[in-house]
Write a new protein. Structure first.
Length: 76
């Protein structure tokens, strides 16, 4: 049973890694990097990197819930 959990965890981490790298590599900036307007950065974050932003948000939410669960004191 431990081997199955390990394989699923490795596959999930690999999928997250490939989604993040794939999203980063598909972004094309117009002009030089120091000349990119702020509106283009916002558009890239929410339109181009949308799936990555959602995955990172879900991951952060799950880690927050885990931290709260671990920090709970036992009631006696």
């Amino acid at each position: 049973m431990n081997i199955r959990k390990t394989v699923v965890a490795i596959l999930a981490c690999s999928a997250l890694f490939f989604v993040i790298i794939g999203t980063i590599l598909t972004v094309t900036w117009q002009g030089e990097l120091h000349q990119v307007p702020t509106s283009d950065v916002g558009t890239a974050i929410f339109h181009t990197w949308g799936p990555t932003l959602i995955l990172v948000g879900v991951l952060m939410f799950a880690s927050m819930l885990g931290g709260v669960f671990i920090a709970q004191e036992d009631r006696e």
